[in-house]
Design a protein around this ligand. Structure first.
Ligand code: FMN
Length: 186
């Protein structure tokens, strides 16, 4: 199976990318199978051409690998920072650039939020759950919210608090079971 973690911002040196990489490690550890592929999609690497107004009508070939990463994903975890009380605009724009309606359709999807403030990006996660619901994703109900992220993770994106680290491990185990039960070969 292909597991995709989307780091939901293009801000350089983002905490979101650190947390995404940490989650990728946890996912790999818990998958315990050589044939599983875990990838982190860093929106910082989006090609500039995708932001041209012409991209609505015609996608640049430099976007192909991003589109394919989503289309071939069997499961998606979105890691979302809070920007102005919601997810970063680039994340929604990325969704808008994906093929409709096949992207995310009946794909197990989970969400992790993080913010400098007290609410750990609850608002952006709930906002994006609504949008993923519109796209007919199978939404995993457990979420994790990391508040005061600048102080609560280390340089590798690992939570300093054991409680949050344990929540992450439990969430990855639960999401693996959820995905496998929904993606059984017919
Ligand atoms: C444009 C912008 C808007 C932000 N808005 C919020 C906000 O509404 N609430 C909040 O708690 N933090 C806000 N932050 C801080 C982020 O939560 C913080 O940067 C955090 O580290 C997660 O994002 P990162 O991946 O960019 O590091 C904002 C940051 C940026 C760059």
């Amino acid at each position: 199976m292909n597991w995709l973690i989307i780091s939901g911002t293009n801000r350089p040196q983002s905490n979101t990318l650190k947390v995404s990489n940490h989650l990728a490690g946890l996912l790999k550890t818990n998958l315990r199978d050589q044939n599983e592929n875990v990838a982190v999609l860093d929106l910082q690497n989006l090609p500039l051409e995708i932001f041209a107004p012409s991209a609505y009508a015609s996608k640049p070939s430099s976007f192909d690998s991003f589109r394919e990463a989503v289309l071939k994903a069997d499961a998606v975890i979105s890691v979302l920072p809070e920007y102005n009380g919601s997810a970063p605009g680039v994340f929604k724009y990325f969704l808008d650039m994906l093929p409709f309606p096949q992207s995310l359709q009946k794909i197990p999807c989970a969400f992790v939020g993080l913010s400098s403030g007290r609410f750990g990006s609850l608002r952006s996660v709930e906002h994006m759950q609504q949008i993923f619901g519109y796209r007919n994703a199978f939404i995993f109900p457990e979420r994790i919210f990391i508040p005061a992220v600048d102080k609560s993770i280390d340089e590798n994106g690992k939570p300093k608090e054991d409680f949050i680290q344990q929540l992450m491990e439990q969430m990855m185990i639960g999401f693996i079971l959820f995905t496998r039960s929904l993606r059984k070969p017919s």
